[in-house]
Design a binder for this molecule. Structure first.
Ligand code: PLP
Length: 432
């Protein structure tokens, strides 16, 4: 008897708990996505070459993976990695540090380092990511920029998601020092901004006020397109290493890339005036940061395929999905409105059950601090909280939207999505 590869794979899926109809449905949807997946592979190929080129240009060598301790003076590996990031992102300079705890801190550093008392910060794309509310002082908070005399203005997007140019023009004042532009929708319902649209916005801002500093929150956007916001005029881009650019290997950290004078101020804010970029021991993480950046283009491609696969699976079943199954992608986040608490929980249970780590636990909703409803989260990750790894979460309130992202490999993302569907089928919520 000859065994086809497909039937071997089907058998493996069955061993993992999937049933025939779910496997067949997944295979049908995947077949329809061949052309789109090819385009994603082409983007990954381009970005892979971009990263390799930056590594070769900077003569990355084995000694750059050495550990530094103490003050971390003369850490050539750390300094070279920063130049690799700067070159890959077509920026003058970069700060890439494991000492930056997360994306929020990277953004805080970029803002706090470059805004002085009396300056105003403008968000021309509506309310920024939740964790920035306390950073800026939109919600009063100890240590916020507002406490230091930095004011904040906001122009919301129009209902159709386009820029409100009149409101933006009206919001720019002589003391508007910086604009913060969030690329990803994060957990809001607005569309994610393409790099091209970010470029249009930056051109408009600089026409009105040529010296305005344009900072882009690049979280979840790196390597999704062939260009980054620094290619279209952004003065700084900021992100987390436990998202796309860490490639799943970086154990923690954040980056800021952009104009040399601005990045220098960030370094001084992170360490201390007078010390700047010269200090900061790598404690042995350099190789993971290099290798993660090397992996990032293909890892991001896998996550992107997963997001598109999920959108098409659930759209076909009649669910509202954001972005929809066919629109272009500018970040790796996928939202699915599950309509019921049971649907939301079943989806998350499937993601958990497909994980390489902690697959045997069942996620349950809990009263997470800072949220006005219970929240359910599923993740079985190698790095705590890493959202380039397959994860899903959502608040238990209508329309019971699950936010889904990541997957270090397309094959794992696919298993997770099929497993989420299986849980819905098992509970009678979906009939195939
Ligand atoms: C993840 C994210 C951040 C930063 O979040 P951390 O959890 O602190 O890394 C900021 N903005 C956006 C749009 C994000 O997706």
């Amino acid at each position: 008897m000859t065994i086809t590869k497909d039937s071997m794979i089907d058998q493996m899926y069955r061993d993992l708990g999937l049933t025939g109809p779910v496997i067949a449905f997944g295979r049908q949807i995947e077949k329809e996505l061949e052309e789109r997946f090819r385009k994603i592979d082409t983007t990954a190929e381009y970005n892979q070459l971009k990263v390799i080129n930056a590594m070769q240009k900077n003569r990355v060598a084995a000694q750059h993976f050495n550990t530094s301790t103490g003050y971390g003076y003369n850490d050539d590996g750390r300094d070279t990695l920063e130049q690799v990031y700067a070159d890959a992102f077509h920026a003058e300079a970069a700060l890439v540090r494991s000492q930056i705890i997360c994306g929020t801190q990277a953004l805080y550093i970029a803002l706090a380092a470059n805004l002085l008392p009396g300056d105003e910060l403008l968000s021309p794309v509506g309310k920024p990511y939740d964790t920035l509310e306390e950073v800026i002082g939109i919600r009063p908070s100890l240590g916020s920029l507002a406490e230091y005399g930095v004011t904040y203005a906001q122009a919301d997007l129009l209902p159709d998601g386009s820029f409100d140019y009149d409101a933006i023009r009206a919001a720019i004042k002589p003391n508007t020092k910086m604009a913060t532009i969030q690329r990803s929708k994060g957990y809001a319902s607005r569309p994610t901004l393409s790099v091209e649209r970010i470029g249009e916005l930056i051109r408009f801002l600089k026409e009105i006020k040529p010296d305005i500093i344009c900072m882009v929150d690049n979280c979840y956007g790196e390597f999704v397109e062939e260009i980054e916001p620094t290619d279209v005029g952004a003065d700084m881009i900021v992100g987390s290493l436990i998202k796309n650019p860490g490639g799943g290997l970086a154990p923690c950290g954040g980056y800021i890339a952009g104009r040399e004078d601005l990045v220098e101020r960030c370094a001084r804010r992170l360490s201390s005036p007078g010390l700047g970029k010269e200090v900061g021991a790598n404690l042995g993480v350099n190789r993971d940061l290099y290798q993660g950046f090397f992996m990032a283009p293909t890892v991001t491609a896998g996550a992107l395929k997963g997001a598109i696969f999920a959108a098409n699976i659930y759209e076909r079943l009649g669910y509202r999905v954001i972005p929809n199954g066919s629109e272009s992608r500018h970040d790796i986040i996928q939202a699915v409105e599950m309509q019921t608490p049971e649907g939301l929980c079943a989806f998350c249970e499937g993601i958990q059950a497909a994980a390489p780590v902690d697959s045997y636990v069942t996620p349950i909703p809990w009263d997470m601090p800072g949220y006005d409803s219970q929240v359910i989260m599923a993740a079985g990750a190698f790095i705590q909280g890493s959202s380039i790894e397959l994860s899903a979460d959502g608040p238990l309130k209508p329309p019971y939207t699950v936010f889904f992202q990541g997957g270090l490999t397309w094959q794992h993302a696919k298993l997770g999505i099929l497993m989420s569907l299986q849980k819905l089928v098992n509970k009678g919520i979906v009939v195939l």
